[in-house]
Design a protein around this ligand. Structure first.
Ligand code: CS2
Length: 489
């Protein structure tokens, strides 16, 4: 089959949407670190719209901080790829053209640094996942003992996202070029402020003067990003290539829904995002809390309970009445911890989430969401627990989601199959779980002692610990669904 590229795109069926602009005339204004499926199904689509509207100075140069997979797939395609929007309706395909080039940082760190230092680059956006910021998830501050941080503070060339950004910002400063705006598009609480704190601290450790400069000058607007984007499978590749009549080595799959709320603070300019449906607001925090706790908190809860009880996808998990009821309960209980969003229909939002989770065509794997629990739990479930207890309320079913994570960490699943634990703390978690020998308390106690996840307060609060242990004990004896039923009773 012929490969998708600028030269071959005209052979795709006319019904398939594609760039309406002359790609050769687009110049890059954005570097994106972490050029994975989420970015390509979300921000890159908005930018594709802006390029269609004639804002041709905002093309994207993508960068991978680790593997060369995306570059290998996209380079022969001139950066083109297909977005497949999947739901109960027939799939919709659109070829996206906003990414002109993909750099692989470890292969040529200087090439990425040179791009980042280029004055034409006014925004650097990131989707490097929670763990990519080298921060302590419980406090939102730089983890100064992180191996990549230690490396980047002593080596000539960086390897972490903070290392690249700070080195590039130092080069720009030296050359008299204004800092780019850093646009974090990961699911971190107060993601703009968190990234700024991490970068300013990292810079300060390198050079106090640079730290002070970034504290004063660096803009890191917060964002809330939302679109469910499961990892692409070989089956997806085949389906899309057939529809296109051209081989696409790495299309991306997404649900129809998307949302992007952005704090409007771009001293070096930005595309007209609002014209493409982005919500530009003064304060993103209420949106972020809502999304992290209602959507992502439910997702993690469904992922652990679902995986343990043999549900491969989120749609399978939410199709189980007890699990569905648990996430409804979680959303109700989380609501008191949210900040007001005047005029926003929260009930409709919650109902829509259940519909999105049930999307039969997405096949979003519970295992994928279960990844990196040590990083995801703090803003999703631990924060709900803490805020409820601070209000004098019972911790509620957030403690069940946390217990399910513990049960998942210990493995195996309820059918006795070993669990492939993917987490930056995997070794430590496995070592802590190893000594428990089927005793809920012995499993919970050492895990609760991880301060980067639970802080110092919650492990000392019996209102929290007793609920976690109670659910964990039931999970170990009775399994996920019966525990969920009991928690609802
Ligand atoms: C998911 C998110 O993988 C996960 O942890 O909860 O990627 C989720 O699909 C997105 O945040 C939706 O916007």
């Amino acid at each position: 089959m012929t490969r998708l590229s600028d030269a071959t795109l005209s052979a795709a069926p006319p019904a398939i949407a594609r760039p309406l602009y002359d790609r050769a005339r687009v110049t890059p204004g954005i570097v994106h670190l972490g050029i994975g499926a989420f970015h390509r199904a979300h921000q890159a689509v908005v930018i594709d719209d802006r390029l269609n509207a004639g804002e041709t100075s905002w093309g994207i140069v993508g960068a991978s901080l680790r593997s060369s997979d995306t570059r290998e797939a996209l380079q022969p395609q001139d950066g083109l790829y297909t977005l497949a929007v999947r739901s109960a309706a027939p799939p919709q395909y659109r070829v996206i053209g906003s990414i002109s080039d993909v750099l692989v940082a470890p292969e040529d760190p200087q090439a990425l640094l040179a791009r980042l230092a280029d004055p034409a680059i006014r925004i650097v956006s990131l989707t490097v996942t929670e763990k990519g910021y080298c921060h302590d998830p419980a406090t939102g501050t730089l983890n100064e003992d992180h191996p990549d941080v230690r490396h980047d503070l002593s080596a000539a060339l960086p390897r972490s996202a903070p290392g690249y950004l700070v080195e590039a910002l130092a080069r720009r400063r030296k050359a008299g070029v204004k800092p780019f705006t850093v646009l974090c598009c990961d699911n971190l609480p107060s993601n703009g402020a968190t990234v700024k704190r991490v970068l300013a601290r990292f810079a300060r450790l390198r050079d106090p003067d640079l730290g002070a400069f970034l504290t004063d000058e660096l803009a890191c607007p917060s964002t809330m990003v939302d679109r469910i984007v499961p990892a692409t499978t070989d089956e997806n590749r085949a389906e899309v290539s057939t529809a296109l009549g051209l081989e696409d080595a790495w299309p991306v799959m997404a649900e129809p829904f998307w949302q992007w709320v952005v704090e409007d603070h771009f001293p070096t300019g930005r595309p007209d995002l609002a014209a493409s449906g982005v919500e530009l607001v003064g304060d993103v925090a209420p949106y972020e809390l809502m999304k992290l706790r209602l959507l992502n908190g439910s997702h993690s809860t469904l992922a652990y309970l679902g995986y343990l009880s043999g549900r491969e996808t989120i749609a399978d998990a939410v199709g189980r009445p007890a699990l569905r009821q648990i996430v409804r309960r979680l959303m109700e209980e989380a609501t008191v911890t949210l900040r007001p969003l005047p005029g926003f229909d929260l009930d409709a939002y919650k109902a829509s989430l259940l519909g999105r989770f049930a999307n039969p065509a997405l096949r979003h794997r519970t295992w994928q969401i279960a990844m990196d629990g040590s990083q995801k739990l703090p803003p999703r479930l631990v924060a709900i627990s803490r805020d409820r207890l601070a209000r004098g309320l019972p911790v509620g079913v957030a403690a069940l989601g946390i217990a399910a994570w513990m049960r998942y960490v210990a493995g195996p699943d309820e059918a006795g199959r070993p669990i492939d634990l993917s987490d930056p703390m995997a070794n430590r978690l496995k070592a802590l779980a190893a000594g428990a020998g089927g005793d809920a308390k012995k499993l919970a106690e050492p895990l609760l002692g991880i301060e980067a996840i639970f802080g110092a307060d919650l492990p000392a609060d019996p209102r929290f610990t007793s609920e976690v242990v109670r659910h964990l004990d039931s999970l170990m004896r009775n399994g996920a669904e019966r525990t969920a039923e009991a928690a609802l009773a």
